[in-house]
Design a protein around this ligand. Structure first.
Ligand SMILES: Cc1cc2nc3c(=O)[nH]c(=O)nc-3n(C[C@H](O)[C@H](O)[C@H](O)COP(=O)(O)OP(=O)(O)OC[C@H]3O[C@@H](n4cnc5c(N)ncnc54)[C@H](O)[C@@H]3O)c2cc1C
Length: 263
Protein backbone atom coordinates (compact mmCIF):
# COMPACT_ATOMS: atom_id res chain seq x y z
CA UNK A 1 0.00 0.00 0.00
CA UNK A 2 1.54 3.29 -1.12
CA UNK A 3 0.74 6.36 0.97
CA UNK A 4 1.78 9.89 0.06
CA UNK A 5 1.95 12.69 2.64
CA UNK A 6 2.16 16.35 1.64
CA UNK A 7 4.00 18.38 4.28
CA UNK A 8 6.58 17.37 6.89
CA UNK A 9 5.24 19.36 9.83
CA UNK A 10 4.02 17.74 13.08
CA UNK A 11 0.86 16.34 11.46
CA UNK A 12 2.53 14.94 8.33
CA UNK A 13 5.45 13.42 10.24
CA UNK A 14 3.10 11.82 12.76
CA UNK A 15 0.91 10.24 10.07
CA UNK A 16 3.92 9.09 8.05
CA UNK A 17 5.82 7.53 10.96
CA UNK A 18 2.65 5.92 12.30
CA UNK A 19 1.78 4.29 8.98
CA UNK A 20 5.25 3.07 8.33
CA UNK A 21 5.12 1.03 11.54
CA UNK A 22 2.28 -0.90 9.86
CA UNK A 23 4.56 -1.60 6.89
CA UNK A 24 2.94 0.90 4.54
CA UNK A 25 5.23 2.31 1.88
CA UNK A 26 5.20 5.99 2.84
CA UNK A 27 6.55 8.97 0.90
CA UNK A 28 6.50 12.47 2.40
CA UNK A 29 6.91 15.70 0.41
CA UNK A 30 8.39 18.83 1.96
CA UNK A 31 8.80 22.10 0.10
CA UNK A 32 10.91 23.79 2.73
CA UNK A 33 12.52 22.33 5.87
CA UNK A 34 11.38 19.42 8.03
CA UNK A 35 9.34 20.38 11.09
CA UNK A 36 6.75 22.91 9.91
CA UNK A 37 5.53 26.03 11.64
CA UNK A 38 6.37 25.00 15.21
CA UNK A 39 10.04 25.92 14.62
CA UNK A 40 8.97 29.54 15.16
CA UNK A 41 7.63 28.91 18.65
CA UNK A 42 9.31 30.63 21.58
CA UNK A 43 8.44 27.89 24.05
CA UNK A 44 6.02 25.01 23.60
CA UNK A 45 4.42 24.63 27.02
CA UNK A 46 1.17 22.91 26.17
CA UNK A 47 2.29 19.60 24.72
CA UNK A 48 1.66 17.18 27.58
CA UNK A 49 4.35 14.61 26.75
CA UNK A 50 7.40 16.82 27.25
CA UNK A 51 8.49 19.71 29.45
CA UNK A 52 8.47 23.17 27.82
CA UNK A 53 10.83 23.25 24.85
CA UNK A 54 11.71 25.89 22.27
CA UNK A 55 10.27 25.30 18.80
CA UNK A 56 13.71 24.45 17.38
CA UNK A 57 14.11 21.61 19.90
CA UNK A 58 10.66 20.24 19.05
CA UNK A 59 11.64 20.23 15.39
CA UNK A 60 14.84 18.32 16.18
CA UNK A 61 12.75 15.58 17.83
CA UNK A 62 10.36 15.44 14.86
CA UNK A 63 13.19 15.47 12.36
CA UNK A 64 15.12 12.67 14.10
CA UNK A 65 11.97 10.59 14.33
CA UNK A 66 11.24 11.03 10.63
CA UNK A 67 14.78 10.46 9.43
CA UNK A 68 15.22 7.32 11.52
CA UNK A 69 12.08 5.78 10.00
CA UNK A 70 11.64 4.09 6.64
CA UNK A 71 9.61 7.01 5.27
CA UNK A 72 10.98 8.27 1.96
CA UNK A 73 11.45 12.04 2.08
CA UNK A 74 11.21 14.05 -1.15
CA UNK A 75 12.13 17.73 -0.94
CA UNK A 76 9.76 19.02 -3.59
CA UNK A 77 6.69 21.24 -3.46
CA UNK A 78 3.44 19.55 -4.39
CA UNK A 79 1.86 22.05 -6.75
CA UNK A 80 -1.30 20.10 -7.50
CA UNK A 81 -3.30 17.25 -5.98
CA UNK A 82 -5.80 15.34 -8.12
CA UNK A 83 -7.40 12.70 -5.91
CA UNK A 84 -4.48 10.54 -4.82
CA UNK A 85 -2.03 11.91 -7.39
CA UNK A 86 0.51 14.46 -6.14
CA UNK A 87 2.19 16.57 -8.80
CA UNK A 88 5.40 18.50 -8.31
CA UNK A 89 7.01 20.75 -10.93
CA UNK A 90 8.99 17.86 -12.37
CA UNK A 91 7.05 14.69 -11.48
CA UNK A 92 3.70 13.09 -10.91
CA UNK A 93 3.35 10.54 -8.09
CA UNK A 94 0.43 8.15 -7.76
CA UNK A 95 -0.59 6.69 -4.39
CA UNK A 96 -3.30 4.42 -3.00
CA UNK A 97 -3.95 6.95 -0.22
CA UNK A 98 -2.88 10.56 0.02
CA UNK A 99 -2.69 12.66 3.20
CA UNK A 100 -2.47 16.43 2.89
CA UNK A 101 -0.76 17.95 5.94
CA UNK A 102 0.21 21.26 4.37
CA UNK A 103 -0.61 23.53 7.32
CA UNK A 104 -1.50 27.16 6.83
CA UNK A 105 -0.42 30.23 4.90
CA UNK A 106 -0.28 33.75 6.34
CA UNK A 107 -2.96 36.34 5.76
CA UNK A 108 -0.82 38.79 3.82
CA UNK A 109 -0.79 42.57 4.10
CA UNK A 110 0.68 43.12 0.65
CA UNK A 111 0.71 46.90 0.98
CA UNK A 112 3.43 46.51 3.64
CA UNK A 113 5.61 44.11 1.63
CA UNK A 114 8.00 46.83 0.50
CA UNK A 115 11.23 45.32 1.81
CA UNK A 116 12.66 41.78 2.21
CA UNK A 117 12.83 42.49 5.94
CA UNK A 118 9.03 42.41 6.12
CA UNK A 119 8.23 38.76 6.92
CA UNK A 120 5.40 36.51 8.15
CA UNK A 121 7.39 33.93 10.15
CA UNK A 122 10.00 34.43 12.85
CA UNK A 123 12.46 32.08 11.14
CA UNK A 124 12.67 34.39 8.12
CA UNK A 125 13.86 37.39 10.16
CA UNK A 126 17.42 38.55 9.55
CA UNK A 127 20.07 37.61 12.12
CA UNK A 128 21.34 40.19 14.62
CA UNK A 129 18.48 42.62 14.90
CA UNK A 130 18.57 45.68 17.09
CA UNK A 131 14.94 46.63 16.67
CA UNK A 132 11.93 44.59 15.63
CA UNK A 133 8.32 45.64 15.03
CA UNK A 134 5.63 42.98 15.34
CA UNK A 135 2.12 43.63 14.03
CA UNK A 136 -0.66 41.65 15.70
CA UNK A 137 -2.12 40.88 19.10
CA UNK A 138 -2.72 37.15 19.07
CA UNK A 139 -0.73 34.21 20.44
CA UNK A 140 1.74 34.21 17.55
CA UNK A 141 2.50 37.94 17.92
CA UNK A 142 3.14 37.69 21.67
CA UNK A 143 5.03 34.41 21.36
CA UNK A 144 7.28 35.91 18.65
CA UNK A 145 7.92 39.03 20.73
CA UNK A 146 9.01 36.84 23.66
CA UNK A 147 11.26 34.82 21.38
CA UNK A 148 12.90 37.99 20.08
CA UNK A 149 13.54 39.21 23.62
CA UNK A 150 14.99 35.86 24.62
CA UNK A 151 17.29 35.93 21.58
CA UNK A 152 18.59 39.29 22.76
CA UNK A 153 16.85 41.75 20.42
CA UNK A 154 17.11 44.97 22.46
CA UNK A 155 14.03 46.79 21.14
CA UNK A 156 10.90 44.76 20.45
CA UNK A 157 7.74 46.74 19.72
CA UNK A 158 4.36 45.07 19.45
CA UNK A 159 1.70 47.05 17.58
CA UNK A 160 -1.94 46.19 18.29
CA UNK A 161 -4.36 47.80 15.85
CA UNK A 162 -7.15 47.74 18.45
CA UNK A 163 -7.36 47.66 22.24
CA UNK A 164 -8.35 44.00 22.32
CA UNK A 165 -5.72 41.35 23.07
CA UNK A 166 -6.46 37.91 21.63
CA UNK A 167 -3.46 36.12 23.10
CA UNK A 168 -3.33 33.54 25.86
CA UNK A 169 -3.25 35.41 29.23
CA UNK A 170 -0.08 33.53 30.24
CA UNK A 171 1.80 34.90 27.19
CA UNK A 172 0.61 38.43 27.95
CA UNK A 173 1.76 38.00 31.54
CA UNK A 174 5.24 36.88 30.39
CA UNK A 175 5.35 39.77 27.93
CA UNK A 176 4.56 42.33 30.63
CA UNK A 177 7.73 41.49 32.52
CA UNK A 178 10.00 41.03 29.50
CA UNK A 179 10.61 44.59 28.37
CA UNK A 180 8.50 44.36 25.20
CA UNK A 181 7.16 47.77 24.22
CA UNK A 182 3.44 47.41 23.65
CA UNK A 183 1.45 49.88 21.51
CA UNK A 184 -2.29 49.65 21.98
CA UNK A 185 -4.78 51.06 19.45
CA UNK A 186 -1.93 51.91 17.10
CA UNK A 187 -2.47 50.50 13.61
CA UNK A 188 0.40 50.54 11.14
CA UNK A 189 -0.72 52.72 8.23
CA UNK A 190 2.27 52.73 5.93
CA UNK A 191 5.65 51.02 5.57
CA UNK A 192 8.49 52.42 3.49
CA UNK A 193 11.53 50.46 2.43
CA UNK A 194 14.41 51.06 4.75
CA UNK A 195 12.20 50.26 7.17
CA UNK A 196 10.22 53.33 8.12
CA UNK A 197 6.92 52.53 9.78
CA UNK A 198 4.10 55.04 10.06
CA UNK A 199 1.27 54.46 12.52
CA UNK A 200 -1.71 56.65 13.39
CA UNK A 201 0.45 58.14 16.18
CA UNK A 202 4.09 58.32 15.11
CA UNK A 203 6.86 57.46 12.69
CA UNK A 204 9.50 54.82 13.56
CA UNK A 205 12.61 53.14 12.11
CA UNK A 206 13.03 49.39 12.59
CA UNK A 207 15.41 46.69 11.35
CA UNK A 208 12.54 44.35 10.48
CA UNK A 209 8.77 43.91 10.58
CA UNK A 210 7.08 40.62 11.46
CA UNK A 211 3.42 40.53 10.44
CA UNK A 212 1.21 38.22 12.53
CA UNK A 213 -2.21 39.00 11.08
CA UNK A 214 -3.58 35.45 11.10
CA UNK A 215 -3.25 32.34 8.96
CA UNK A 216 -5.57 30.30 6.75
CA UNK A 217 -5.58 26.67 5.57
CA UNK A 218 -3.17 25.94 2.75
CA UNK A 219 -5.24 23.71 0.48
CA UNK A 220 -5.71 25.65 -2.76
CA UNK A 221 -3.50 23.17 -4.63
CA UNK A 222 -6.09 20.40 -4.08
CA UNK A 223 -7.97 20.29 -7.37
CA UNK A 224 -9.95 17.04 -7.09
CA UNK A 225 -11.10 15.26 -3.99
CA UNK A 226 -11.35 11.49 -3.42
CA UNK A 227 -12.45 9.12 -0.64
CA UNK A 228 -8.76 8.18 -0.40
CA UNK A 229 -7.61 11.74 0.09
CA UNK A 230 -7.40 12.97 3.70
CA UNK A 231 -6.60 16.43 5.08
CA UNK A 232 -4.99 16.57 8.53
CA UNK A 233 -3.58 19.07 11.02
CA UNK A 234 -3.77 22.85 10.65
CA UNK A 235 -4.75 22.45 6.99
CA UNK A 236 -8.19 21.30 8.23
CA UNK A 237 -8.93 24.74 9.70
CA UNK A 238 -10.32 25.21 13.22
CA UNK A 239 -8.10 25.22 16.28
CA UNK A 240 -4.39 25.39 15.52
CA UNK A 241 -2.37 23.53 18.10
CA UNK A 242 0.36 20.96 17.65
CA UNK A 243 -1.37 18.41 19.91
CA UNK A 244 -4.54 18.68 17.83
CA UNK A 245 -2.58 18.36 14.57
CA UNK A 246 -0.74 15.29 15.90
CA UNK A 247 -3.89 13.65 17.33
CA UNK A 248 -5.78 14.31 14.15
CA UNK A 249 -2.98 12.72 12.12
CA UNK A 250 -2.98 9.60 14.33
CA UNK A 251 -6.79 9.37 13.96
CA UNK A 252 -6.51 9.57 10.19
CA UNK A 253 -3.71 7.01 10.06
CA UNK A 254 -5.82 4.60 12.13
CA UNK A 255 -8.80 5.20 9.87
CA UNK A 256 -6.64 4.32 6.84
CA UNK A 257 -5.35 1.18 8.56
CA UNK A 258 -8.88 0.06 9.40
CA UNK A 259 -10.10 0.73 5.82
CA UNK A 260 -7.23 -1.30 4.39
CA UNK A 261 -7.80 -4.15 6.85
CA UNK A 262 -11.49 -4.33 5.86
CA UNK A 263 -10.66 -4.82 2.17
C1 LIG B 1 4.98 31.40 16.60
C2 LIG B 1 4.18 30.14 16.77
C3 LIG B 1 4.12 29.53 18.01
C4 LIG B 1 3.37 28.38 18.19
N1 LIG B 1 3.36 27.82 19.43
C5 LIG B 1 2.66 26.70 19.63
C6 LIG B 1 2.65 26.09 20.93
O1 LIG B 1 3.29 26.57 21.86
N2 LIG B 1 1.91 24.99 21.08
C7 LIG B 1 1.18 24.42 20.08
O2 LIG B 1 0.52 23.40 20.29
N3 LIG B 1 1.17 24.96 18.86
C8 LIG B 1 1.88 26.09 18.61
N4 LIG B 1 1.89 26.67 17.36
C9 LIG B 1 1.05 26.05 16.31
C10 LIG B 1 1.76 24.85 15.67
O3 LIG B 1 2.97 25.30 15.11
C11 LIG B 1 0.86 24.26 14.59
O4 LIG B 1 -0.41 23.93 15.13
C12 LIG B 1 1.48 23.00 14.01
O5 LIG B 1 2.77 23.27 13.50
C13 LIG B 1 0.59 22.45 12.88
O6 LIG B 1 1.20 21.34 12.31
P1 LIG B 1 0.86 20.91 10.81
O7 LIG B 1 1.77 19.76 10.54
O8 LIG B 1 -0.59 20.73 10.64
O9 LIG B 1 1.25 22.16 9.88
P2 LIG B 1 2.63 22.92 9.71
O10 LIG B 1 3.43 22.89 10.92
O11 LIG B 1 2.28 24.24 9.12
O12 LIG B 1 3.41 22.06 8.62
C14 LIG B 1 3.05 22.03 7.27
C15 LIG B 1 4.27 21.59 6.46
O13 LIG B 1 3.86 21.37 5.10
C16 LIG B 1 4.81 21.93 4.21
N5 LIG B 1 4.08 22.22 2.97
C17 LIG B 1 3.04 23.06 2.81
N6 LIG B 1 2.57 23.03 1.55
C18 LIG B 1 3.33 22.11 0.89
C19 LIG B 1 3.32 21.63 -0.43
N7 LIG B 1 2.42 22.07 -1.33
N8 LIG B 1 4.24 20.70 -0.81
C20 LIG B 1 5.15 20.23 0.13
N9 LIG B 1 5.21 20.67 1.41
C21 LIG B 1 4.30 21.58 1.79
C22 LIG B 1 5.28 23.19 4.95
O14 LIG B 1 6.53 23.64 4.45
C23 LIG B 1 5.36 22.67 6.38
O15 LIG B 1 6.62 22.06 6.65
C24 LIG B 1 2.63 27.81 17.13
C25 LIG B 1 2.67 28.42 15.87
C26 LIG B 1 3.44 29.58 15.68
C27 LIG B 1 3.49 30.23 14.33
Amino acid sequence: MRVGVVGAGPAGITAAVFLCRYNFQVTIFEKDTIGGLIVNAWRVENFPVFYPLPGEAVVEILKNRLLSSTVKVIFEEVVEVQGTVAKTKSNSYEFDKLIVASGTIPVRLTQFEVDPKVVYEYRFLPESLTSLAIYGAGDVAFDSALKAKEKGVPFVHLFNRTREIKALPKLVEYAESSGIIYHEGEPIEKVESGLKIFTNKAEYNFDALLICAGRKPNTDFIKTSSKDLHIVGDACGGFRQMSIAVGNAVGTAMQIISEVNKN
